[in-house]
Design a protein around this ligand. Structure first.
Ligand code: DGY
Length: 323
């Protein structure tokens, strides 16, 4: 048997990243590009000390109990709501995520969704492709301005701040935000960002971008009562996690004209979608790709590899997460 630690790569990743892993470990790669159901994941993890994971594997007490050799779970995502951190800590399993490297790319995408939804970009393209463009009209596919408007940011972590920078410095927007803790004055000042309570955020925002991590407390943070506080002309963008927004309530508000538009990259129960969303033209839908530039996905993978190497060769992991 090899003296090198054995690791499992949960999903297909870039071949040269696997090669990096092979320089340090015995590596088992997935046979295809399908998510592994937990029993199969457990089977493949037997005898492995490390897991290169994504946001789709469920790492809970059941798995940990069935995989007693496991010492490190290194995620290539920033979100880690698929991992039971307390159960990992109880078994001494190191968990790491991949923050920072995806911040700017994800903020770009949040803005792309905001612009696309507010200015009806995808709706306009569908209209044109369907051969419906016959003449000029004064209000043909007219939407809402983004520049100069008020942006509400719900969740002012790294990605929220990167979005606020784009808004304030690139689009001349007023930035209001809600977060458990206020930013330090030296971070607020250059953005002119103002902390407000959640109700004021919802009432005042012309456009709302949601960037909070998913936790049980964040489940349906935006539901029917919250949507009712928003301006009917407002746009809502969710690049956080499915479940933070009540998708059924959102679809109802969009269908009833109680909210103008939405841009959604994440969904409750994804990759399944609430069918009511698919029937609407005033929502831009993307398949959880906010961090998906080639360079950033590579950087996320490389950070997970750096963490696995550190965790399994006696080094200091770079980006640990704990309960
Ligand atoms: C993350 O890193 O958490 C993004 O949502 C990509 O999955």
């Amino acid at each position: 048997m090899s003296a090198r630690p054995s690791v499992l790569v949960a999903r297909r990743i870039f071949p040269d990243i696997v090669q990096r892993l092979r320089e340090h470990f015995e590596v088992e790669e997935p046979l295809d590009d399908e998510p592994l159901p937990q029993p199969e994941l457990i089977r493949r993890l037997q005898g492995k000390v490390g897991l290169f994971a994504t946001g789709t594997e469920l790492i809970d007490a059941t798995l940990l109990q069935a995989c007693p050799d496991l010492r490190a779970v290194c995620l290539m995502t920033v979100g880690y709501n698929n991992v039971d951190l307390a159960a990992c800590a109880a078994r001494g399993v190191v968990v790491t995520n991949a923050p920072d490297v995806l911040t700017e790319t994800t903020a770009d995408f949040g803005f792309a969704l905001l612009l696309a939804a507010a200015r009806r970009v995808t709706e306009a393209e569908h209209y044109l492709r369907a051969g419906r463009w016959k003449q000029w009209n004064i209000d043909l596919l007219a939407g809402a301005d983004v520049h100069g408007s008020t942006l509400g940011v719900l969740g002012m972590g790294r990605i929220g701040q990167a979005i606020a920078r784009r808004a304030a410095l690139g689009f001349g927007m007023r930035v209001i935000y809600h977060n458990r803790s206020r930013l330090a004055p030296e971070l607020e000042a250059p953005l002119g960002a103002q902390w407000v309570d959640k109700t004021e955020l919802l009432r005042r925002a012309d456009h709302l971008i949601i960037v909070v991590p998913y936790t049980p407390a964040a489940h349906h943070l935006i539901g029917a009562p919250e949507l009712a506080l928003m301006k009917p002309s407002a746009t809502l963008v969710n690049i956080a996690r499915g479940g933070v927004v009540d998708d059924a309530a959102l679809a109802e508000a969009l269908a009833a004209g109680r909210l103008a538009a939405a841009g959604l990259d994440v969904f409750e129960g994804e990759p399944q979608l609430n069918p009511a969303l698919l029937a609407l033209s005033n929502v831009v839908l993307t398949p959880h790709i906010a961090s998906a530039s080639i360079a950033t996905r590579r950087a996320m993978c490389n950070l997970a590899v750096d963490n696995l190497i550190a965790a399994l060769t006696g080094g200091q992991v770079l980006t640990p997460v704990g309960p």
